[in-house]
Design a protein around this ligand. Sequence first.
Ligand SMILES: *[C@@H]1O[C@H](CO)[C@@H](O)[C@H](O)[C@H]1NC(C)=O
Ligand SMILES: *[C@@H]1O[C@H](CO)[C@@H](O)[C@H](O)[C@H]1NC(C)=O
Ligand SMILES: *[C@@H]1O[C@H](CO)[C@@H](O)[C@H](O)[C@H]1NC(C)=O
Ligand SMILES: *[C@@H]1O[C@H](CO)[C@@H](O)[C@H](O)[C@H]1NC(C)=O
Ligand SMILES: *[C@@H]1O[C@H](CO)[C@@H](O)[C@H](O)[C@H]1NC(C)=O
Ligand SMILES: *[C@@H]1O[C@H](CO)[C@@H](O)[C@H](O)[C@H]1NC(C)=O
Ligand SMILES: *[C@@H]1O[C@H](CO)[C@@H](O)[C@H](O)[C@H]1NC(C)=O
Ligand SMILES: [Zn+2]
Length: 913
Amino acid sequence: MIGKIHKQMSHDSWLFSKMATPDYTPFVFLLLLFQSGVWGVPSCHATKPGMLNVHLVPHTHDDVGWLKTVDQYFYGDRNDIQHAGVQYILDSVVDQLLKNPDRRFIYVETAFFYRWWKQQTDDMQNTVKQLVNEGRLEFVNGGWCMSDEATTHYSAVIDQMTMGLRFLNDTFGHCGRPRVAWHIDPFGHAREHASMFAQMGYDGFFFGRLDYQDRNRRMVAREQEMLWRASESLTPPMADLFTGILPNGYNPPEGFCWDQSCDDPPIRDDPDLEDYNALVYKTNHIIMTMGSDFQYENANLWYKNLDKLIRYVNQMQSNGSEVNVLYSTPSCYLQELHRANLTWPLKGDDFFPYADSAHDFWTGYFTSRPALKRYERISNSYLQTCKQLEVLGGPISRKGPFGAGDSETLKKAMAVAQHHDAVSGTEKQHVANDYARKLANGWAHCQVLVSNTLSSLSGSSAPRVYCEHLNISVCPLTETSKKFSVNVYNPLARPVSWPVRLPVNGTAYSISDAKGKAVDSQVGLLSLVTFDPETGLLSSLSNLETQQTVKLSQNFYWYNASDGNNSESIQMSGAYIFRPNTSTPFIISKTAKIETLQNSVVQEVRQWFSPWVSQVVRLYTDSRALELEWTVGPVPIGDDLGKEVISRLDSSINSSGVFYTDSNGREVLQRRKDYRPTWNLRQSEPIAGNYYPINSRAYIKDDKDQLTVVTDRSQGGGSIQDGSLEIMLHRRLLYDDVRGVGEPLNETSDIYPEGLVVRGRHLLSLSPPATAADTHRPLAQEVVLQPLITFTDGELHPSTRLEFSGLQAVLPPAVHLLTVSQWDQDTVLLRLEHQYQASESKEHSQPVTVNLQKLFSTLDMLGVSEMNLSANQWKDEMTRLDWKAESGTHHTGVTNQLCLLSPLGCVKTADLL
Ligand SMILES: *[C@@H]1O[C@H](CO)[C@@H](O)[C@H](O)[C@H]1NC(C)=O
Ligand SMILES: *[C@@H]1O[C@H](CO)[C@@H](O)[C@H](O)[C@H]1NC(C)=O
Ligand SMILES: *[C@@H]1O[C@H](CO)[C@@H](O)[C@H](O)[C@H]1NC(C)=O
Ligand SMILES: *[C@@H]1O[C@H](CO)[C@@H](O)[C@H](O)[C@H]1NC(C)=O
Ligand SMILES: *[C@@H]1O[C@H](CO)[C@@H](O)[C@H](O)[C@H]1NC(C)=O
Ligand SMILES: *[C@@H]1O[C@H](CO)[C@@H](O)[C@H](O)[C@H]1NC(C)=O
Ligand SMILES: *[C@@H]1O[C@H](CO)[C@@H](O)[C@H](O)[C@H]1NC(C)=O
Ligand SMILES: [Zn+2]
């Protein structure tokens, strides 16, 4: 079967029926035919056309870890830290829903719901199914967690959404499928998230936080509800998402909080809802979020008062009141907006950065906890490898010579780590430690799986050693062994040239490849880079292939963090907020002590700036990028000043106030200094107000030159001067920033009691703008999905198989193998992605053809079915509400237009058999 991927930047999920591996008995697979018919139409209460309809949405916001760990939150442990127990919330809500069929509740975080569900009796499970079928309990969002939007990578977000949504579909079928995405708490909103939600089949999206200036303008212009066109590459409405801003964050209106955690008096009579008019919204419907963090533990308090509120307010209709109050859910509210048949303003950029007042920019968390951010990113790489090897190894991967392994544990740990107080770095220290522990446990389970598969594929059951501290040049095996072998597994579907750097104890090693040939390590043209001999700093960068040279210097600086003692505002810098107290960062050292080292593979310049800042600049033979490996810490605090450390590149590129950052590692957005595309910005923080999240890359350019920096984790950064690009590496702060976490971001660890030391890499490339994407897309991907390196000690048995490829052939450069994962016993989930943005590459932003039948080397494909991005809906069942943009263009819904949407064109499953 030949399929065509004809849309740029599209990605879809594919479910493969069993692919017989050599270990399997070939298996005949019949494709399921989907039942058509009506399902899951939520039972919404009737509204009144001539009145203001107030949709009361009872909800709880349950962080998957923040002040307490995810387990403590579930059980209600450590209530001295925060009173919160999710198991009691679900117990109590179900009980109260049963007392009155009018009542509604929505639930969001599947990580918690899943745990609760497992502990219920069959009777209770049936009762809950009934509530779901009747639309009284509705799932919204439904991912494992409510992911952070600034510091997450799209592949990990897709995975965590898939995990939560799959549980809901497996458990509740169609009625359990969330129609609405719900990100009421994340601190700014990424365009790529909106694009993913659209491709996951959501009808709409609601959130609570956006810049205060943006909100004020939108209230006046009645633009709090809009159509977000979330991709420049996908044909509308493929990435269009109806987006609504909630009226009061996600809290109830003032005076109307009846949780046990609130002090508002109970309803007696005649509540005054006059203030809550709909003037700032377009329709005669308004949504009110009745709940907040971990509320509804004693749901009777809420429901008793809501019942009364509804009764009293609606009674007044007989006296001429035109307010109608009802129990509702986000999808019922959305249905009314859709029914209103209006046109909506279009939104094309994103919602970063988020400020809640003039000096309070939430741009610090783009970098907070840099070591956790890196660990999360490398864990994603490891998980993708683990899932691939689970498929390639077959059942022996899960039960083999090294014992029982699984990918499930790491999948769950990664899903939890996407939460908006996890990888964001805004949790308490003990909670950050818990996320890291969970990831480490996931690694251990995957290691057994990987060992089993590698032993099966290679025919050698020699023990495998994993050197997890290669990042700090520690690997006892390579440092002591006289002879060892290195196994490199590349999870990308194309060859990469990846330097393997190992600590050894010796001066003479002979290295041979899988064919026994000596590894060729020839030196190429070595002066691509120049250093100023006086200062020891980088002074220029050249690309010999394209004959480009730019002046380029690089150095380290720190911002003096505000301590709150300031005439303009008492806001301090903290885990969330970046607030330097001057616009000029302090240079750590004007000069660096340098040492150069050159061998056949690499030219290396080691720079020492201070006892706590050093860097190694590496240029590998045949590499298209310069590697800057920075080491920062322990950040000194003896002077009682919090510090936010940046690496700054200053070049001769004429960037005219513009720079570019990626969105969740995928499409790239333009950023302009002191400017927002959708409103007239009054800039009040010249540095923090110009910071944006960088997930995998950022660049500046002019007509001739583009300088791209690829990062190895999410970081914040900005371009404050023309030609300059700064990236924040590490933060050490002495005050809490009063957004709830209640701790200063002052990280230490067992091995760094004086303050955390962090190491990371930036890859710099210089190219003509027209072809830059051809370099930075693959480069960023090589950093995101890096090879897994394992070791075996001693001589290999002669029968050991030294080379293996899971693929029959390399995929075309435009196609990324995003997911290969065992779905159930006989099926595999595959995601292929066209990874180039429209018109960013002359060569690669083109339709591509992939032959799915000839993809894998050891698996036979017996059938294929196409699903939505989150794999919880068959593609041909996918119908989304259609929305009209104000511009007047009417885009039809996707019903019956699968050819338009499917990246494989109109291929029918039957063609495959
Ligand atoms: C969702 O669940 C329903 C009911 O069990 C099932 O028929 C359907 O195939 C599932 N959808 C997907 C995409 O797995
Ligand atoms: C309606 O108005 C009458 C007269 O003012 C009053 O007695 C009655 O209580 C009102 N009813 C409601 C439901 O407010
Ligand atoms: C929606 O509005 C358009 C005019 O903008 C009208 O032609 C159409 O009939 C309306 N649809 C419904 C269902 O009312
Ligand atoms: C390195 O080799 C030397 C000499 O053989 C030995 O004394 C030393 O202990 C070795 N170091 C390690 C880390 O193995
Ligand atoms: C840093 O800021 C504090 C006030 O927050 C100020 O007292 C101190 O002088 C500043 N230090 C430097 C080196 O600018
Ligand atoms: C920061 O951490 C250091 C090292 O543990 C400690 O000595 C210092 O008191 C901490 N400062 C604050 C403000 O938490
Ligand atoms: C090295 O990697 C480990 C995880 O494998 C991590 O815990 C540690 O913080 C990293 N060290 C540095 C200096 O980044
Ligand atoms: Zn939250």
